[in-house]
Design a protein around this ligand. Structure first.
Ligand code: PRP
Ligand code: URA
Length: 209
């Protein structure tokens, strides 16, 4: 079964509280999602391999470490995943960005694909699929499946808030994919929204209804 990491750093939890708050307006919501994405990127890159290099300090030669040329790719699920991209790029500015467009059918709640544009070398990249919400898990599972079919071999999933149902679906359909989450909430309501969650992530980010 895929590993589940709850990113419980106090700064992430603090900012998630204000993201959840319905009184938080679009501007502040966007800023907070961006900040949490940066903090989560810090945690998710913890296992990046390092290699030794030598530099001259003003005092002496020093043997130090730098990230070992790993090729990264971010894959936001449109729309709401877009809100997390810039925050991650602050820490990993050389990452390439692919986009997968999915929306949930309002009746079946199953994802419908409408867009896909990916870096040409995804099979060589470590990909991070990003989406604020993991509700039924249908969208994340479909995005991961699409990436695998296109040759991706190294994928992580990163979301702000999940429901247990979504975590279980990704774990059963993609047991090889590690999942990084800010919080796992109680359940889904009849419209398959996360309870308590944060509402509709896309609408809150972009000011739509
Ligand atoms: C939301 C969210 C996820 C999906 C999660 O997107 O951003 O992509 O729902 O739900 P699931 O786990 O049940 O699939 P939505 O379909 O509302 O599209 P949007 O981002 O364009 O608003
Ligand atoms: N999509 C959202 O934006 N929010 C939810 O709670 C579930 C799906």
């Amino acid at each position: 079964m895929s590993k589940l990491y709850i990113l419980d750093h106090p700064l992430i939890q603090h900012k998630l509280t204000y993201i959840r708050d319905k009184r938080t307006g679009t501007k502040e919501f966007r800023e907070l999602v961006d900040e949490v994405a940066t903090l989560m990127a810090y945690e998710i890159t913890r296992d990046m391999p390092l290699e030794e290099v030598t530099v001259e300090t003003p005092v002496a030669e020093a043997t130090c470490q730098v990230i070992a040329g790993k090729k990264l790719g971010l894959v936001p699920i449109l729309r709401a995943g877009l809100g997390m991209v810039e925050g991650i790029l602050k820490l990993i500015p050389t990452a390439k960005v692919g986009h997968i467009g999915l929306y949930r059918d309002p009746e079946t709640h199953e994802p419908v694909e409408y867009y896909c544009k990916l870096p040409s070398d995804i099979e060589e990249r470590e990909l991070i699929v990003i989406d604020p919400m993991l509700a039924t898990g249908g969208s994340a599972a479909a995005a991961i499946q699409l990436l695998k079919e296109k040759g991706a071999r190294n994928i992580k999933l990163m979301c702000l808030i999940a429901a247990n149902e979504g975590v279980s679906r990704v774990q059963s359909e993609h047991p090889d994919i590690p999942i990084y989450i800010g919080a796992v909430d109680e359940h889904l309501n009849e419209k398959r929204y996360i309870v308590p969650g944060l509402g509709d992530a896309g609408d809150r980010l972009f000011g739509t209804k």
